[in-house]
Design a binder for this molecule. Structure first.
Ligand code: DGL
Length: 274
């Protein structure tokens, strides 16, 4: 691995751009290759086997682009395919997901707490967060809730308004989340509504820490690159944004997630599979 190789980041679509944005913020010299599997969006409703097959194929494509790191910027794919992708990639690159850095953060900062998680149906039913928190043996009570309306809501640009306020309130009022001290945003779309989630808890005078997996993974990646002297010294990083299916709506929505609109390039990753 060499420091000037790019970092590959992938997600089911463009939600993982929140992770790319967090990475760019803490590692401004890194070149990024982002891939959104928009042809298969959403992963949240797909089977584990399907997500595994997509993820391995995407990892292969990112390896061909000489990525030193492959970052799975999707909780659904992290739940379903992290172990498989790590095994497949082997020593060719370092693989990160968005779950393990969050678990490490919890290990270091939480004990005797009640921690909640919101995420897609896939992430909640896979139960990976719950199992890993249990393995910490830290007397943490873990509870999770699938919140499937939030991804389409955010993608439709419905946030910071009355409708999103009501939907968020309905979910956060759920008995499953009563009495939590921290809430994991278990979906890479959710940083977009972090302010609204914080506002809900402020309105209810509840002190709930919001754990943003985009930030925890960006910090973990930074520590890894620094430790292994793999931080890029080059001052002119390049950015490439690839998708497996293109519509103008996707391109337009990139602004929500990345902070500015980016040019999406369609690559025929699935064509050769027939
Ligand atoms: N960004 C995905 C995640 O973090 C959710 C979108 C999807 O369902 O594909 O789980």
């Amino acid at each position: 691995m060499k420091s000037n190789q790019p970092i590959g980041i992938f997600d089911s679509g463009i939600g993982g751009l929140t992770v790319a944005r967090a990475v760019k913020k803490v590692l401004p010299n890194e070149s990024l290759i982002y891939f959104g599997d928009t042809a298969h969006l959403p992963y949240g409703d797909k089977s584990t086997a399907a997500i595994q097959a997509y993820s391995v194929r995407i990892a292969e494509m990112l390896l061909k682009q000489r990525c030193k790191v492959i970052l799975i910027a999707c909780n659904s794919a992290s739940s379903a395919a992290y172990d498989l992708v790590t095994e497949y990639v082997g020593k060719r690159a370092k693989v990160f997901d968005v779950i393990n850095p969050t678990i490490d953060y919890i290990r270091e900062n939480h004990n005797d707490d009640k921690i909640g998680l919101i995420g897609t149906k896939q992430t909640v039913s896979a139960g990976v967060y719950g199992r890993k928190i249990e393995e910490l043996k830290q007397n943490i009570t873990f509870t999770s809730l699938a919140t499937p309306l939030l991804v389409p809501m955010i993608e439709e640009g419905i946030y910071n308004d009355q409708i999103s306020h009501d939907i968020i309130k309905k979910y956060l009022n759920d008995p499953a989340l009563v009495g939590i001290k921290s809430l994991i945003l278990g979906c890479t779309h959710y940083p977009i509504i972090k302010t609204e989630i914080k506002a809900y808890y402020q309105e209810h005078n509840a002190h709930v820490e919001i754990i943003d997996s985009a930030e925890t993974v960006a910090q973990a990646l930074k520590s890894f690159l620094e430790y292994h002297q793999l931080v890029n010294k080059d001052q002119s990083p390049s950015y490439q944004f690839l998708v497996s299916d293109f519509t103008e709506a996707f391109e337009h929505t990139t602004k929500t997630f990345f902070g500015k609109e980016v040019h999406l390039e369609k690559i025929p990753i699935w064509d050769e599979l027939g």
